[in-house]
Design a protein around this ligand. Structure first.
Ligand code: GTP
Ligand code: MG
Length: 215
């Protein structure tokens, strides 16, 4: 079993005034783009967010089947979000993807699942940094590593990696697969404009029939 865990519990402070996960990306809410792209390569989808976000995210996703994993306390950081999200699934492996990555490449995520097999994680590196919010984890191993790191007051996902037998997917591999755009994440209004332009200019679109606009 493969799960997709979409991390959406942040406060979008650089974006300002609104939840960036609901922002319109060329007619489709950003989190819906992420969910639709992941839906094709996983058996189940989990959305991790704060309680206050559930209603609007549910509306943005409409008929896409997801389970909500609500943070028991908000603002625990991405690592706490991952722990909450992973607790909502029994899948052996889970792709963890930030809700602000609307260009996430399903083929590349599928490749990460393949690379993670037999290990605790497959973490890509892009622009010199590990990308743990766009990675595949063995659910049980990461749940344990996250719990331990959190008990040491760590908030960052990378803190959990040292406890994991993780495969690093290097930049050269990402380039060979022409997948660099999969890591594009939206933090500011300007980044939203740029990513929307990618869709206007013909970014690979979502599977037929699920590219619904906001209702
Ligand atoms: N559950 C949970 N997820 C978080 C938290 N902080 C960040 N995230 C998620 O981690 C991912 C990357 O974080 P950022 O890009 O910094 O998102 P953000 O925190 O909403 O935005 P900024 O406030 O501008 O940093 C996003 O998918 C966020 O939703 C948190 O405290 N709890
Ligand atoms: Mg971001």
């Amino acid at each position: 079993m493969r799960a997709g865990v979409i991390l959406a519990g942040g406060y979008s402070t650089r974006f300002g005034e609104a939840d960036k996960t609901l922002a319109d990306v060329d007619g489709v809410p950003m989190i819906r783009r992420v969910a639709t792209r992941l839906d094709g390569v996983v058996d189940e989808l989990v959305v991790n967010c704060r309680a206050a976000q559930v209603e609007e995210i549910e509306r943005a996703l409409s008929e896409i089947a997801v389970e909500f994993a609500v943070d028991p306390e908000p603002d625990g950081g991405p690592l706490a979000g991952v722990r909450t999200g992973l607790a909502a699934t029994d899948a052996a492996y889970a792709a963890v993807v930030a809700a602000d990555m609307p260009l996430v490449d399903p083929g590349f995520v599928s490749f990460l699942f393949d690379r993670a097999a037999g290990h605790d994680a497959a973490i890509p590196r892009w622009e010199g940094r590990l990308q743990p919010t766009h990675a595949v984890y063995r659910r049980a191993a990461m749940a344990e590593a996250a719990a331990r790191a959190l008990s040491n007051d760590e908030r960052r996902l990378v803190s959990a990696l040292s406890a994991l037998d993780h495969v690093v997917v290097e930049e050269s591999t990402v380039r060979e697969r022409d997948a660099g755009k999969t890591f594009t994440n939206v933090n500011t209004r300007e980044e939203l404009r740029r990513v929307a332009a990618e869709f206007e200019n013909g970014a690979p679109s979502e599977p037929h029939g699920s590219d619904g606009a906001t209702r």
